[in-house]
Ligand binder design. Structure first.
Ligand SMILES: *[C@@H]1O[C@H](CO)[C@@H](O)[C@H](O)[C@H]1NC(C)=O
Ligand SMILES: *[C@@H]1O[C@H](CO)[C@@H](O)[C@H](O)[C@H]1NC(C)=O
Length: 238
C-alpha cells in the first residue's frame, strides 16, 4: 500500500509541476501533504509521460539533446541552499545553482519498481554553450553521477546526494554574458554503470563536434534514456 501511495504522490508532484502549481510539499509525509494541497492534481501515468514528453519536445530537448523517448521516470531535483527546484523549464538564477543539487527519481508507471535490478546514471548537460544561437561548444558536460540504484519508493523518501559514483565533478552553470538563456538539462540513463568513464573533455562531451554530447555518450555506453528535467539560466548581463 505504502508503495503505491508513494508513487501516486510522486506522480502528483510531477503533475503539479507540469500544471504550474508546484508547491514545496514535504516528501516525507505524503498522504497528509496531499490532503493539505487540494491544488495538486493526480494525473494518470500515461498522461504524465506524454505531457513530460510534450514539454521536452516543445523546448527542443527532444531534438537538440535527446532522441524521442517515452519518459518513464520523473526526476525531482532541488538546490537545497537556495530552495530552488527544477520545474521543467523554470528560470533559476545562476547564483542559486552554484552547489550540487540533491535529487530523487520515481517511476511514472511501475508499482513493481523494486523488482527491477537496474542501475542509473544522472547527467547534466548544456546544449546552449556558448549560446542557443551559436552552440559551438555544445554540449558542455556539467555533471555525471553513476551507480545510482533503483530508488525504493517507501516513505520517508529522501533526496539523494552525490556519492562516490561522481565520475564528472559538478561544474556550476555559468553562462557567459550576453548569451541569452541556456537550457540546463538533467538526463536519467538506465543501464550498467559499473565501468563508465567520464568523457575526455567537457566541451562536446569529448566528441569534438557541435551538438554532440550525452546522446552519443549514452549510445556508446549502452545506456537508455528514461527521464529528463531542465531549467533555464542566464548571465545577469544581457
Ligand atoms: C543485480 O545486478 C547485479 C549487477 O549486475 C548482480 O550482481 C546481482 O546478482 C543482481 N541481483 C539480482 C537479484 O538479480
Ligand atoms: C560503480 O560500481 C562498480 C561496481 O560496484 C565499481 O567497481 C565502480 O568503481 C563504481 N564506480 C564509481 C565511479 O564509483
Amino acid at each position: 500500500m505504502q508503495l503505491t501511495t508513494s508513487i501516486t504522490f510522486a506522480i502528483a508532484i510531477a503533475g503539479a509541476l507540469l500544471a504550474g502549481t508546484a508547491t514545496s510539499i514535504p516528501v516525507h509525509d505524503n498522504q497528509q501533504a496531499l490532503a493539505a494541497h487540494p491544488e495538486v492534481t493526480i494525473v494518470e501515468p500515461e498522461v504524465l509521460t506524454s505531457t513530460l514528453r510534450d514539454t521536452l519536445v516543445a523546448n527542443n530537448i527532444i531534438g537538440d539533446v535527446l532522441d524521442d523517448f517515452e519518459p518513464s521516470y520523473f526526476i525531482d531535483i532541488n538546490y537545497p541552499k537556495s530552495h530552488e527546484r527544477v520545474l521543467l523549464g523554470n528560470d533559476i538564477p545562476v547564483d542559486s545553482v552554484s552547489k550540487r543539487p540533491v535529487f530523487n527519481f520515481y517511476s511514472v508507471f511501475s508499482p513493481f519498481i523494486e523488482a527491477k535490478n537496474s542501475t542509473f546514471t544522472l547527467a547534466l548537460t548544456d546544449p546552449d554553450a556558448t549560446s542557443r544561437d551559436n552552440p559551438k561548444m555544445s554540449e558542455m558536460c556539467h555533471w555525471i553521477l553513476t551507480n545510482l540504484t533503483t530508488p525504493i519508493p517507501e516513505p520517508p523518501v529522501e533526496m539523494l546526494k552525490a556519492k562516490p559514483g561522481e565520475i564528472e565533478e559538478y561544474l556550476p552553470p555559468s553562462p557567459p554574458p550576453k548569451t541569452g538563456p541556456h537550457r540546463y538539462v538533467f538526463v536519467l540513463l538506465e543501464g550498467d554503470s559499473a565501468n563508465l568513464q567520464a568523457p575526455e573533455e567537457r566541451p562536446h562531451w569529448g566528441y569534438g563536434k557541435k551538438r554532440h554530447g550525452v546522446r552519443d555518450w549514452a549510445d556508446e555506453n549502452g545506456l537508455t534514456v528514461v527521464g529528463a528535467n531542465f531549467f533555464f539560466a542566464q548571465n545577469e548581463e544581457q
